[in-house]
Ligand binder design. Sequence first.
Ligand SMILES: [Zn+2]
Length: 310
Amino acid sequence: MERALSVKSLAVLAALALSGCNIAAAASQASAKVEDAHHSDDMVRFGKVCEDFDDWDKPTAPFQIHGDTWYVGTCGITAILIRGKDGAVLIDTGTDKGAQAIAANIASLGVKPGGIKAILGSHEHYDHVGGLARLQALTGAPVLVGADALDVIRTGRDDPRDPQAGMHAPMAPVTGTLRGVADGEVVDIAGIKLTALATAGHTIGATSWQWQSCDAAGCLTLVYADSLSPVSADAYRFTDHPDYIAMFRKGIARLRPVACDMLLTPHPSASDMLTRARTGTMVGGPTCADYADSKTKALDERLAKEAAAK
Ligand SMILES: [Zn+2]
């Protein structure tokens, strides 16, 4: 917290020096500092109240991650709200039940349902997008997911190629406006530009999102990197699906080199978000390259285990 505030304080001093330091500017900067301190406390509280690998549906209060980017998820599942000039964008909804806590968090930030101009998805599993139908009904917003996730989102049913196929109950189908995004596509919604990164592996349609977030101290490139863990149903062997393994490695490789000042993940624990929250800032966590390296290791270990069990 101190580090974040001191950086901001320096920026405030610099801004005041440039502006000639009138009293009105000083007063508004002082109130901005109070607001930042308050938000930082909310972040610390998240780190203390929630636990690693916590319950997917356990509500927790929202907090400011950085600039216009807010955490509105539950203790166990991340949901991100980005506020723009002309409305807001929501990324992920949690489960159908968790979506109710997320809707309450969004409302508590003063954003009305109609203020949500689009709902973006990470990967097509119910713990992250099971609430899409509910939140689309509430907000009327279009849903955007990776092009290869469209069928699952439209029908609510597993993709048979998914290593976890058959493990999850069906999701409520998304019946409103639904659009697939391509790798590298930039979507521009409510004055917010987000780049979609196709990071298949954990699922076929897994998509990461990258955007700029700015505050008084400057702008950062934030990446919401999708899950890349090689999890499967008991009988599934990745080794039996060489094309899937190649796609998985391509997905990890897509993420490794991208601009990534701050890494966020659909499961907070996957990028130490709770540990970081306790420090009062999300700055200084693992990089996208660190994340890609750890996922390569996990995939290699999984394949070695399958080979040993043969
Ligand atoms: Zn998943």
